[in-house]
Design a protein around this ligand. Sequence first.
Ligand SMILES: Nc1ncnc2c1ncn2[C@@H]1O[C@H](COP(=O)(O)OP(=O)(O)OP(=O)(O)O)[C@@H](O)[C@H]1O
Ligand SMILES: [Mg+2]
Length: 237
Amino acid sequence: MKPAVAPVKNVSATQIAFQNLLQRSYGVPGIALLHGPSGQGKTTATTYLYNQVNGIYVSARAHDSTSSLVSRIVEELGASPMHRISKCVDYIIEQMSMYERPLFIDEADYLMNDSRMLDTVRDIYDGTEVPVILIGMDQIARRISTRKQFYNRISEWVEFKPADLEDVQIMANYLLEDGIVLEEALLDHLRRSACGEMRRLVIGLSKIEALAIANEIELVTLDDWGDQPFHGLRQPT
Ligand SMILES: Nc1ncnc2c1ncn2[C@@H]1O[C@H](COP(=O)(O)OP(=O)(O)OP(=O)(O)O)[C@@H](O)[C@H]1O
Ligand SMILES: [Mg+2]
């Protein structure tokens, strides 16, 4: 499998949302929320984007406090540790403003448990007006809607949806080794078995690729694959 990011619809939607933030009119707030179930490609789409735009990326953790979160952002900016939260926040605001570096916070669900962390992210945004992108799971959209001050600053929402057949085709084109082509019926069978979840699609594609290489097949059909599962236990033969 090739180490590529396939430009599926969720990836394009993320890029469009980010462009909208950059080009927003005066007065329109600049926070985006990317949300969707596990394995749908949120972190991959974010990684692809922040590398292009010189973003700052942190992933929140279950035991984070305001102090540990801002310290990790400071570390990510290449500075030595600062002991006071206010110093960290000042430094982050200065760096984001000076170099127009957007801030990406993955696993942002963990911010929802602690209003001080969320308020600090809002302070950072208010102090810079440089885009801030939060990435979280399904429930984040609902939970954030109860935090009005934060919610009102979100101007772009991207809901990550399951891959459709066209997305699976794009993934096969980008990820499979050159010369291996899959029949549409097999792609659709894979899509349905994986419920359109990117993580499971990648596992399935890698198994199909291994079958193609082992048997020197160039066009792999549904018949070639048979009725074995793509994921989980193999059925006894
Ligand atoms: N656009 C893509 N192109 C290629 N592979 C992808 C793409 N999106 C996702 N994947 C694959 O699917 C896996 C899961 O994606 P990712 O970790 O981005 O999902 P997630 O939505 O962040 O999941 P979680 O909520 O569990 O963190 C990745 O490790 C990668 O292998
Ligand atoms: Mg993720």
